[in-house]
Structure formats: structure tokens, C-alpha cells
Design a protein around this ligand. Structure first.
Ligand code: AGP
Length: 592
């Protein structure tokens, strides 16, 4: 899950590529590189680590007419300079960058080695460069060589390619990994998403699977698998450059945590007109008549789906939740009329794209809930609903989770034909503002957690679902081991891990389970644990540590999760780690 960017035309291409990579490095930050073409030839610059390091070594005085760039999340080969992109084919005919995984690279590498090819890196990408060159030296035509390459490659790829001696074309090919082209004045662009092209581009169009082609300063040519020319619809997202800036915040994660009330408000405005819900009536009918609502997602989005399932069960509807990478290979469905709900912030998660292919191959009805308009999962679903949360830059997802749970609650209200959820969400907005206003009071608890090796989060019902998300947030950005557990499950094993001063964060939102969860806290306290309760005001008792305003129990995750997000953020601040770009992670997981 790397980021690629390219551009051709009369403009400051070197800076466009470097700045473009800086907006894309939430996709991976193991190494970065650019290839700059000027009359004397193609110059490649690569550095391990962040784009900043590349910026320092890339000259500013070249007369660049076109170029490509890459920021890497290592899949094949360690994050070294020799494995960094761009990769150059053995005889120097092609220089390319790649996002994705070539599944059959080993087989192709053996074939090329038997043809005398010598490899300089451990990457699957260098295989693509050499297989393209191998065919080009035979066919002497770039388009035919690309078709031959596409024929041989198996797996996911978004490729941007330069040809030696060609100062006009940037070639591209796409399958499964995201790619977008952008039109500008006297220039044309391409990238993994539209963000790096916002400044130089006027409008943008997604490249679809199995499409290939080229961009020049004057034109964009896109061919379909059958060789016919594609004419995509170009649009411009309603987004300004400054919207993706830090706006005075020290980190995107803090900015995005504190956008929660605005995110909930925007969802109400987009899906309720003051009297009735604005969801597609056909979608609501389909959801009501489905005999099983099957949620599929990954990571934080999966945790939001756990809440979605509870909402469906409140309506008396059968519902299940699956982790995408598991369901993709065990896609069993017993229901006759299932409706699949795919939840994904990025809309490009590879595990989910594989699930969507299975769902579509069965002709089943699907709904994608995503934050990314024009994404693969939005395009390939029967129905789609946008989260309107604004671009989420920090790798640790925060406002998208809030938007996912809030949207699922509105959808449930629409299925139930009750608008009560809307006023309940206004209470949530007030409660979130109160948590934000009091957030500094959470720093001392976070400081305590930052000194720990293991942390446990406990809850029952929706609080258990929040405990799972709270644990993921802490793990992702502090690298502290933690677990989210159902309060009643501890005594069946995990309590063995509890010892003197083991931190246990306990969520209490439901009067029904107030007493049982408090006895679970007593059980761990008896083994020396330090219990930190996060409780709704009306359930608060002496000794409780963190109290938050009351909201309807079924919406309490929208308030409790803010406390969890702040605890993780402040603990990471104490540990002086890179909060927005945690090690080993990437924002959009475009490889399986
Ligand atoms: C969450 O903080 C992580 N970034 C990760 O678990 C993420 O939720 C997961 O990769 C799913 O991403 P998606 O919502 O874009 O599909």
C-alpha cells in the first residue's frame, strides 16, 4: 500500500512530485523516490525513510518535463535504498513505480533469470520493469509490450512508467490498486488518489481495473481490456487544499478527534431534512426485507460494524459481522436473501475488494459505507452511503469510526421508521463537546498508561465493542500491548495476566450491566490491578475516575470512544512517537 504520483507538462514537476509524496505518505513511509526526465535523460533519486530525506537529496536545477514518484510500504524486501522505487529495467529501457503485489513475481523472476536478467533488488516491482523490457525488446512497441506485460502479471498493481528517450509519455496500467488521473492547464497528472493533484489539477477521474494508457502534457489516453478507448467522467471533489492542512493542530489525529461533533452534525444534515430521512427508499426497503444483514470490514471499521450488528438486533433482524480477510476465503452464507454491508473509510482496502468480488459474483445486494467518493468499494456496490467526515489523514482512524457508528444509527432509525435517533444524536454532539472541553483532564491517566507494558480494556455489550476499539487505538500509536475483553470473560482465563498495578480501563454505560461489570472490576482489583473507570454520569459512583455526560446507551460508543482516542493520543505524546504515521502501518491497506 504505497503512494504513487506522476505529472507531465510545463510546471514545477520536481516540487509537485515531492509535495505530492508528502500528502501520500500516510500510505507508507518506508522509503521514497522520484524519477525525473529531462532532455539529457531520466534521473532516479531514492532514499530509505520519509519523503523529507528524499527532498534533501533531489536537485532543484534539472529541466524536468515529466516525472514519477513513490512512497513505499514494504511488502517484498526490507525498507532499503536498493528496494526503494523507482525501479529501472536491466537494460535501462523503463523506469517505473508500483503500488500493489505481483503474486506470480517468483515465477516471472525465474523465467527472466533464465533469459539472462540480473536483479538488483528483492522486490516484485523490479520483475514488472524487466518483464516489460523483455517484451519491448522483442516487440519494439510500448503499447504491445504493455499488453504482453499485463497478460503475464497476476496480482494487484497500479504502475506509472517512464520510457528511456521518451519525453512526452507517462504510461500506466491498473488492476485492483487505486489510480486516479487529473487534468490541468498544459499538464496532466496521475496518482494513487486525488489529494496530491489538488493544487495542479482541475478535475479527476478514477482508472478502472484492467485499464492502461498514457498521459502527455496535451492528452490522457485510457484503454479498456478489450483495447477500446475509455471516456471516464471527470469530477472535482468539493475540497480545498487548506482542508487537508493541520489548521493549527500539532497532529492530524488530534484535529480529527476534535472534528467528531461536526462530523455527527454533518451526517444529520446530509441524511435528515428535519422531517424525514433522506436515504434511498429502495435501499431501506431492501434492508428491511433482507433475511440477514452481513457486515464485513477490517480494523476500526470492523469495530464500528460490531455496533451496527447490535442495532440490527435491536430491530429484531438477524445480523452477522465478519473480518474481511477471513470471509474472503470462507465466504459461507446460509441466508436466502442476505444484504452485505461493507464498511471502509478508504474504500480501497484490498481484503474488502476481494469480498466485494465474491458478493458481486453471486449477484447479491451490497451497501458500501465509505468516506471516499469514487473509491473502488463505492463504485462496485449496489448501494453506497458516504460518511462526509472529510479526508482522514492520521493513520489511526478516529472521526471515521464516529461517522460510521452515527450513520449506522441513522440507518437503523430509517429502517425502524423512527426519527428519535436524530434528537439523541444532538445530545451526543453536546456530550462530545463536553469531553473535548475537559480533554486535558485525561492527560494524567494517559501518562500513567504510557509507562505500562500491558493494558486491558473491559466492557459489556456496546462497551465491549468500544473496549476493542480503545485497545486498537492504544496499540496502533503507542506500541503498548493491550487487549479489549468482555468483562465477564476474564475469569475464564485472561485474569491470569493480571498482577500488581496492571492497568484495567473499564467502560460503564448500561444500567443493565452496571453491577456485573463492577464485580468484574473487583475481581481484577483483588489481583492487584489498577482499575480506571470511564462511566456515564448517571451511573457514576464514588471512586469512579472518568465521568462523561449521559447519552442514550446505544449511542454511548460515540462519547466513550473519544475518551479512548484521547488516552491513546496523550500516551503517544508522552512516548514521543510519530502519532500520525505509526511504525509499520499505512492508512489505506491496498494489499492482502
Ligand atoms: C485504524 O486506525 C486502522 N488504520 C486500520 O485498522 C483501518 O481501520 C483498517 O485498515 C480498515 O481501513 P478502511 O476502513 O479504510 O477499510
Amino acid at each position: 500500500m504505497c503512494g504513487i504520483v506522476g505529472g507531465v507538462g510545463q510546471f514545477a514537476i520536481r516540487d509537485y512530485l515531492i509535495n505530492g509524496l508528502k500528502t501520500l505518505d500516510y500510505r507508507g513511509y518506508d522509503s521514497a523516490g522520484v524519477a525525473l526526465a529531462e532532455p539529457k535523460g531520466i534521473h532516479v533519486f531514492r532514499m530509505p525513510g520519509r519523503v523529507q530525506a528524499l527532498d534533501e537529496v533531489t536537485p532543484r536545477d534539472l529541466d524536468v518535463v515529466l516525472g514519477i514518484g513513490h512512497t513505499r510500504w514494504a511488502t517484498h524486501g526490507a525498507p532499503t535504498a536498493s528496494n526503494a522505487h523507482p525501479h529501472t529495467s536491466m537494460h535501462g529501457e523503463f523506469v517505473l513505480v508500483h503500488n500493489g503485489v505481483i503474486d506470480n513475481f517468483r515465477h516471472l523472476k525465474n523465467k527472466l533469470e533464465s533469459e539472462g536478467y540480473v536483479f538488483k533488488s528483492e522486490t516484485d516491482t523490479e520483475v514488472a520493469a524487466n518483464i516489460l523490457e523483455y517484451h519491448y525488446l522483442k516487440l519494439k512497441n510500448v503499447k504491445d509490450a504493455m499488453l504482453a506485460m499485463i497478460e503475464e502479471l497476476q496480482g494487484s498493481y497500479a504502475l506509472a512508467i517512464l520510457k528511456k528517450g521518451d519525453l512526452k509519455h507517462i504510461y500506466f496500467a491498473k488492476n485492483r490498486s487505486p489510480m486516479v488521473v487529473g487534468r490541468g492547464v498544459g499538464k496532466n497528472l496521475l496518482a494513487s488518489d486525488f489529494l496530491p493533484m489538488l493544487k495542479e489539477g482541475q478535475d479527476f477521474a478514477p482508472i478502472l481495473d484492467h485499464q492502461y494508457g498514457y498521459i502527455t502534457a496535451e492528452t490522457i489516453k485510457i484503454y479498456n481490456e478489450d483495447g477500446s478507448e475509455a471516456k471516464p467522467k471527470f469530477t472535482r471533489p468539493d475540497l480545498k487544499i487548506e482542508d487537508i492542512g493541520l489548521q493549527g493542530y500539532p497532529h492530524y489525529m488530534l484535529k480529527e478527534i476534535e472534528e467528531a461533533p461536526a462530523v455527527v452534525r454533518r451526517l444529520i444534515d446530509n441524511y435528515f431534512d428535519g422531517n424525514e430521512f433522506l436515504f434511498d427508499k429502495k435501499l431501506i426497503t431492501k434492508m428491511k426485507s433482507a433475511d440477514d444483514i452481513i457486515f464485513i470490514a477490517c480494523g476500526t471499521s470492523y469495530h464500528a460494524c460490531l455496533i451496527g450488528r447490535r442495532y440490527m438486533e435491536y430491530l429484531g433482524k438477524r445480523s452477522e459481522v465478519y473480518i474481511a480477510s477471513e470471509w474472503a476465503y470462507h465466504p459461507f452464507v446460509s441466508a436466502k436473501k442476505p444484504l452485505f454491508v461493507i464498511v471502509s473509510q478508504s474504500g480501497e482496502t484490498a481484503d474488502l475488494i476481494r469480498c466485494m468480488e465474491i458478493i458481486n459474483s453471486r449477484g447479491a445486494v451490497s451497501l458500501t459505507i465509505t468516506n471516499t467518493k469514487g473509491s473502488t468499494l463505492e463504485r462496485d456496490a449496489t448501494y453506497s452511503l458516504l460518511l462526509f467526515a472529510g479526508v482522514e489523514i492520521a493513520v489511526a482512524s478516529t472521526k471515521a469510526y464516529v461517522a460510521q457508528v452515527a450513520l449506522l444509527s441513522l440507518l437503523t432509525g430509517a429502517m425502524d421508521g423512527s426519527t428519535a435517533v436524530v434528537s439523541h444524536l444532538y445530545d451526543v454532539i453536546k456530550a462530545e463537546h463536553a469531553v473535548i472541553a475537559e480533554s486535558d483532564s485525561l492527560r494524567s491517566t494517559a501518562k500513567y498508561l504510557s509507562g505500562k507494558k500491558d493494558v486491558f480494556f473491559l466492557g459489556r455489550g456496546t462497551d465491549y465493542d468500544v473496549a476493542l476499539e480503545a485497545s486498537l487505538k492504544l496499540k496502533e500509536i503507542t506500541y503498548i500491548h493491550s487487549e479489549g475483553l468482555p468483562g465477564g470473560e476474564l475469569k475464564h482465563g485472561p485474569i491470569a495476566l493480571i498482577e500488581k498495578d496492571t492497568p484495567v480501563i473499564g467502560f460503564i454505560s448500561d444500567p443493565l450491566t452496571d453491577l456485573p461489570i463492577r464485580s468484574n472490576f473487583k475481581e481484577v482489583e483483588a489481583r492487584g490491578a489498577t482499575v480506571i473507570t470511564v462511566v456515564s454520569k448517571s451511573l457514576a459512583k464514588a471512586g469512579d475516575v472518568i465521568t462523561v455526560p449521559d447519552v442514550k446507551e446505544y449511542l454511548s460508543p460515540l462519547v466513550k470512544v473519544l475518551v479512548a482516542q484521547y488516552l491513546a493520543y496523550f500516551a503517544a505524546l508522552e512516548l514521543k512517537v510519530n502519532i500520525d504515521k505509526p511504525r509499520n502501518l499505512a492508512k489505506s491497506v491496498t494489499v492482502e
